[in-house]
Write a protein that binds this ligand. Sequence first.
Ligand code: PEP
Ligand code: MG
Length: 589
Amino acid sequence: MFGLPVSRGVAIGRAVLVASSRVDVAHYFIEPANTDAEVARLRHARDTVVSELTRLKNDLPPEAPAELAALLDVHLMLLHDPMLSDATRHWIETRHYNAEWALTAQTEVLARQFDEMEDDYLRERKADVEQVAERVLRALAKEEALLPHVAQARDFGGEEPLVLVANDIAPADMLQFKGSVFRGFVTDVGGRTSHTAIVARSMDIPAVVGAREASRLVRQDDWLIIDGDAGVVLINPSPIVLEEYRFRQRQSDLERARLHRLRHMPSITLDGEAVELLANIELPGDAPNALESGAVGVGLFRSEFLFMNRDGKLPDEDEQFEAYRSVVQAMKGLPVTIRTVDVGADKPLDRMGINELRHEHVLNPALGLRAIRWSLSEPAMFRRQLRAILRASAYGKVRVLIPMVAHRAEVLATLDALARARQQLTDAGVPFNEIEIGAMIEIPAAAMTMPLLLKHFDFVSIGTNDLIQYTLAIDRADEAVAHLYDPWHPAVLRLIADVVRMANAAGKQVSVCGEMAGDTAFTELLLGIGLRCLSMHPSQISAVKQRVLRADTQRLAKAALALLESEDPAADWQQTLQMAGLRTTGAAR
Ligand code: PEP
Ligand code: MG
């Protein structure tokens, strides 16, 4: 099965199929010694639902339609059906899944069986199973969990590795799997630079998105190989294939260990040019890892992840301040670039929003009220965030980055909001330092009017993920057009080169913080174009550094200039590098 490669490496494990609406269910292993207690928890929840339904049935008014009583009978029967109750218990006893996970795993198995039934009436009974499971899940939520927190990685020796398969996972849901039991991910939908893919990459575990039929073809508990380099998923592979992939897994572990040794080496090219390699992070907890990877600062803190899945209650100023300060302190004096909230498009504030945004309210969410547009439409929220960022500057070097700017009016309104935030803090006697303000260049209009923007900003950062999407009119999250999402497109390369040239000419710092920055296929080209600052997932820093150490920017600059005239830059760049001996290994995609 083929999809789009997202995150390097190979994962081998048993499939855990999760319905997209169910990815928020807690997944953790219970201690084997607690198996009986967890089974009792499940039984208790089931008994609660049985009593509820029995009471409902007994209290039905005489005029209630007969179908209602019949339906309650079906649900009561299902609660006692061994296909649901015994099989769920089995997942707890043999796999040590927590009760919620065991129940959703078994519901998924049954849902498949119903889907395959010829008989319409029986096929529709799937909804009944799901409703019953939903009731039990609600009852379980009221019971005390054995573990206080969810999605903990627990290894009780001998546990088999697990990989998660879902139709879709919202970025915020993906986030909750950080540090979880899963060693790999497969989704049916999504593009390589969708935010779900970005979060998967930040977790540095193999993942494939856009595998279309995956969640239909894979069955609960199948053995899967996820090849995150090639975008391939293999179901129940033969022992020979399995052995081959285990070998590749070991090779890739060795390669990582080798690269890891570069982490504290200065990032300087052969001809002595220093190249700043910074980290992209999503949550404060990512900062120590960024430091450990050898990043010389945070080039992009996607602050919107602090705003997600909060049932409409956004983080207040103090909560944000604490989060920003903790990153600043964790980075021990290195610069931290905090991007103001960038929600909208494929990053809804809450999981329900993804449907609302995509299908109901707006036709083109990527062109809608997102990023700075949303911030400016919520002035009090925006000022709270700016104050929190300013306050964190009292603890280290902080920079603020504005996403999706394109219009003069937005620039002026943003600067005005920042001035007001500063004034409010000054009036209240709250300490803060001066901070640099930067603009994300991710809309072609911004790239084409750089001199106008540069007057107002101290630095710019090129968001190639969106710049490609908007230049080529290709939805970055839509796997159906993923083959046209092409960073090598001459228009994209020319725009990037123009932005870099104009920023350098104006003496303003320019970086790339989109996924291109961490993709080693582009390292030499970006250096040749004139970039000296790249921000990426911490896990990619060493591999990019290795390329930097072998690069000669003067020769690359000449080659890059010639490439801008090429009709087929991807092929020509590969050839140029090989002919000039600028790179002998690795292939550009
Ligand atoms: C980008 O668009 O390249 C970027 C870095 O921002 P995001 O991926 O969060 O939209
Ligand atoms: Mg963007």
